[in-house]
Design a binder for this molecule. Structure first.
Ligand SMILES: Nc1ncnc2c1ncn2[C@@H]1O[C@H](COP(=O)(O)OP(=O)(O)O)[C@@H](O)[C@H]1O
Ligand SMILES: [Mg+2]
Length: 295
């Protein structure tokens, strides 16, 4: 895969592919860009998030072009597409994590239930509590396993020991980490392996009682065994939580998700049931990507 990506990056410098690239760029910049091919199965679901004509620019660079998508509740949705296509930008737009970046401009809207995420009176802290985020590189705090998990409760001023213990136990069990750490809850989180640290971060997100879990390439720093554990965990979280996972690993998207959204050059190209996207996509662009012809 990385070989292919290197090759693709080199190829963009040849005149033939450069003109194709420019043509697609021009296409995305016109008002009359092709609409996303959204399969009817998506509309039949109950939705937790609805992205409507959403655009985002970093300074003068437009990273997202007229994105329209609805996220089914209680399902796992994967965002796939080549590096730089806007997957992380879109994911961070859901909980307004992009607000922390200077010079961004957004147009359009994202609705979360009946809340306009980009509306004037949105409580961003509350929003981020309802949407937990797990990053590529696990980021445990340099405190004990216990303190990491109950962080959100501490911030909220919860001091009742029985509540803290109960939430810690339940969150670690939900994150499939309990058995491995139950005898050392009060030791440093930094002593855990990379895969355990990532599951700890998931436990910490769960402890805040979110509705949606946003995961940005959560396994890309992990070995295959740790990756398989996180993938199993995503299966278990499905139903109780809505999961949106960014991955550049197509096998992973195929294994863990119910729905897959394929993005390219800041545009949402095709969005449908994972099986259809991987076996029988509607569009040539999607087929070219999933069969590894570019990426
Ligand atoms: N903080 C930032 N400032 C400026 N440009 C950014 C920033 N983050 C991402 N970009 C640009 O936005 C585009 C989409 O990036 P990103 O969302 O990270 O893509 P992906 O996650 O699919 O690799 C890229 O062209 C990238 O260079
Ligand atoms: Mg990214």
């Amino acid at each position: 895969m990385s070989m292919m990506m290197t090759q693709a990056a080199t190829e963009t410098r040849t005149p033939a592919t450069r003109s194709v690239h420019r043509e697609i760029m021009t296409m995305t910049e016109t008002e009359h860009q092709p609409a996303t091919d959204t399969h009817p199965e998506i509309d039949a679901e109950k939705h937790v998030l609805a992205v409507e004509h959403f655009r985002l620019s970093y300074g003068k660079t437009q990273a997202l072009h007229d994105i329209n998508l609805k996220i089914p509740q209680g399902k796992v949705t994967a965002l796939i597409g080549p590096s730089g296509c806007g997957k992380s930008t879109l994911l961070r737009s859901f909980n307004r994590l992009n607000d922390l970046i200077d010079n961004i401009r957004v147009q359009g809207n994202i609705r979360f239930g009946n809340v306009d995420i980009y509306g004037k009176n949105v409580d961003v802290i509350e929003l981020r509590k309802r949407m937990g985020m797990v990053f590529q590189k696990s980021n445990p705090f340099p405190t004990s396993i216990f303190e990491n998990v109950i962080y959100a409760l501490r911030i909220a001023g919860q001091r009742k020991r029985s509540t803290l213990d109960e939430v810690c136990d339940r969150s670690l069990k939900s994150a499939a980490l309990w058995d491995e750490v139950k005898d050392r809850l009060h030791t440093s989180a930094l002593g855990l392996s990379g895969g355990q640290q990532q599951r700890l971060c998931i436990a910490r997100a769960i402890a805040a009682d979110p509705e949606v879990l946003l995961m940005d390439e959560p396994c890309s720093a992990l070995d295959p065994i740790a990756t398989a554990k996180i993938e199993d965990l995503i299966h278990q979280l499905r139903g109780k939580y809505t999961v949106i996972i960014v991955t550049h690993n197509m096998q992973q998207a195929a294994r863990v998700s119910d729905y897959t959204a394929f993005m390219y050059l800041g545009r949402l190209v095709e969005y449908g049931p994972t099986k259809t996207i991987f076996v029988n996509p509607h569009l040539k662009e999607t087929e070219a990507y999933i069969t590894g012809r570019f990426g």
